[in-house]
Design a protein around this ligand. Structure first.
Ligand code: TRP
Length: 353
């Protein structure tokens, strides 16, 4: 059986290198392999509102930004249906019924939710919608019969929750045919890429931490950011031995440099291993490594910027595409919703003679 792929992001800001290496890259690979029956990428505006109720404009304006980021990075709208969550109303119905199958204490144990509650200072002012979002995300995933989802590492608990809902639904309603498929998250094998560290070397790259390089950053911005990036606090003089672990400049090189970049920009070294060894030994300055990283990132980002420019001339077409895809996604989700309600016994039309 071919895969049904669904994944997505919250439109709270532009996508950054962490998004790319954590999941976009894999999404594009899966797209190019072409071994799927359907492929959806959802812009999760409803989910974004669960901690942005007062910021509807921010969420609304970022929908097109995220769509442009997707297309510029290589998501091909002729192969992948990008749609808007809030325009697919059956998802809310799935959520309502799933809410009866999950306990509050189960949601409170979700490790991603726990961390996000802390980050947002929600301990005493937790919106119900926010703690409920793993259920609404399960609805996104299950409504389409998703088999696999390329996502960042922090999304794993959401898939566990979705699988539990499938089990609970089956135990509760004993459907005579399979309605929901067990979904599987696909994450990068490299732990550092699952949550790429930010420029500060502390937190993961995220909009709220202000430590990100965005796919839409211009050359000057990328230069400035890389020059300020955290390396190794004990590598003070060029001659000092340096540490690679926890050094974000090397983490980014792991993620983005290719063997050909050495011949292009730093021919004194054959490959990244050689560069790392020199840094460890001492005698290699941060500025030289950072300049190389700037070249590597420029090589990666320039075509994305070019595509972005083209997209900016087709905003109406992109919106129309999103609306049409959302309409089609609603049809797909509705088909499964009807089956679900039938299996639950919510089929009152049977009372009619
Ligand atoms: N939780 C995801 C994020 O934080 C967005 C998302 C919503 C999602 N629904 C989804 C991802 C379904 C994968 C599948 O960006």
């Amino acid at each position: 059986m071919k895969d049904i792929i669904l994944t997505g992001d919250r439109p709270t800001g532009n996508l950054h290198l962490g998004h790319y290496i954590g999941s976009l890259k894999k999404r594009i690979e899966l797209q190019d392999e072409g071994n799927y029956e359907k492929y959806y990428v959802m812009i999760a505006d409803t989910q974004a509102l669960t901690d942005n109720a007062q910021n509807v404009d921010k969420v609304k304006n970022n929908i097109i930004q995220v769509a442009i980021d997707y297309i510029s990075a290589g998501i091909d709208p002729s192969k992948v249906k990008i749609f808007i969550q809030s325009m697919v109303s059956p998802l809310h119905e799935f959520t309502s019924y799933f809410m009866n199958l999950v306990t509050l204490s189960r949601l409170q144990r979700n490790p991603t939710i726990k961390e996000e509650i802390k980050q947002r200072g929600f301990e005493t002012s937790l919106p119900i919608g926010f703690i409920n979002y793993p259920i609404s995300q399960a609805a996104d995933i299950l409504a389409f019969g998703t088999t696999i989802a390329p996502v960042g590492g922090d999304q794993l608990p959401m898939f566990e929750q979705a699988r539990e809902i499938v089990q609970s639904f089956n135990n509760t309603y004993q459907p005579s045919e399979e309605i929901f498929v067990m979904p599987k998250a696909i994450v990068s094998e490299n732990k550092a890429f699952q949550r790429l560290p930010g420029l500060d070397g502390k937190l993961k790259m995220s909009k709220s931490a202000g430590n990100s390089i965005y796919l839409c950053d211009d050359t000057e911005t990328v230069k400035e950011k890389v020059m300020k990036a955290y390396t190794d606090a004990n590598h003070i003089k060029v001659t000092d031995p340096g540490q690679i672990e926890g050094n974000v400049v090397f983490t980014y090189l792991d993620a983005f440099s290719k063997p050909a970049h050495f011949a292009m920009f730093l021919p004194e070294y054959k490959n990244l291993e050689e560069l790392k060894n020199h840094y460890r030994r001492g005698g290699l300055g941060d500025v030289k490594v950072k300049k190389f990283l700037i070249n590597v990132l420029e090589d990666f980002l320039s075509p994305i910027r070019e595509k972005r420019k083209q997209c900016l001339n087709h905003i109406d077409d992109i919106y129309n595409m999103l609306f049409e895809n959302s309409r089609q996604a609603s049809i797909d989700a509705n088909a499964r919703l009807e089956k679900m309600k039938d299996a639950m016994g919510l089929n009152y039309k049977k009372f009619l003679k």
